[in-house]
Design a protein around this ligand. Structure first.
Ligand SMILES: O=c1cc[nH]c(=O)[nH]1
Length: 230
């Protein structure tokens, strides 16, 4: 294995400059900024996973948002997607508080690690298939390190689902062929690992009513139970 620990992986991933388009974008945003954050220094680097290294539950998202994790340096922190997600994680008992505003705000996750298939903020929140492929080795390394304790994964959206299944198959989990499709409420049993599909907690999904806080909590409750966390 390339990394001996998640701490080692996290320390290395933040220096990645593999995708020129993403490097340019994450750094440009940090200069232009959003007016509300004009006084802040943006993180403007790849965002590592967040949560304990012996997690039994993983939450797989999409990519850091421009003025959220790309600003704060922590996944789902400081953006509207995180507002919903952390409320739900707190409600099911794995987040110490319902909000996540900045590193050092006191938030802790119990038995749960957030992982991003793409580590840099992409223009229009849309990584290219090439960028997803380039970032895949980080996702693979993170799952390999989590494997000894991992029991359940919640995948937020089709992008994460498509990124994750090949990585799980390569790491030895019995992923069926053809690969099962993503859907909200989809559930897969891959040997000792349970996979749960959930619509992404994006502002658009929530504002249009496609996804409600209760729907997120329902999926998380099943997943935390499968992960032995409640
Ligand atoms: O997947 C996502 C979406 C928003 N913010 C993140 O950090 N990840």
């Amino acid at each position: 294995m390339r990394f001996r620990s998640l701490a080692e992986l996290d320390a290395e991933v933040v220096g990645c400059r593999a995708c020129p388009r993403l490097v340019a974008w994450r750094e440009e945003i940090a200069v232009v900024k959003r007016a509300a954050f004009a006084g802040e220094t943006y993180w403007a680097r790849p965002v590592p996973g967040f949560g304990p290294p012996d997690a039994s539950l993983a939450i797989v998202g999409l990519a850091p948002s421009a003025h959220g994790a790309n600003r704060t340096g922590r996944l789902f922190t400081g953006d509207p997607s995180g507002d919903v997600l952390f409320k739900a994680l707190h409600r099911v008992g794995v987040a110490s508080q319902p909000t996540s505003t900045h590193i050092g705000d006191g938030l802790e996750l119990r038995g749960t690690r957030m992982v991003s298939p793409v580590r840099c903020a992409p223009p229009a929140n849309k990584p290219t298939p090439e960028e997803r492929e380039t970032c895949r080795s980080w996702l693979a390394a993170e799952l390999e390190l989590l494997k000894p304790t991992l029991k359940a994964v919640v995948v937020l959206g089709a992008f994460g689902w498509q990124a994750l299944l090949p990585v799980l198959a390569e790491a030895g989990w019995p992923v069926p062929a053809p690969r099962p499709k993503f859907g909200h409420g989809a559930e897969l049993e891959l040997g000792d690992l349970r996979l749960f599909g959930c619509y992404h907690v994006s502002q658009r999904n929530v504002q249009t009513g496609r996804l409600t806080l209760d729907m997120v909590c329902d999926v998380l409750a099943s997943a935390t139970s499968a992960a032995g966390l409640n």
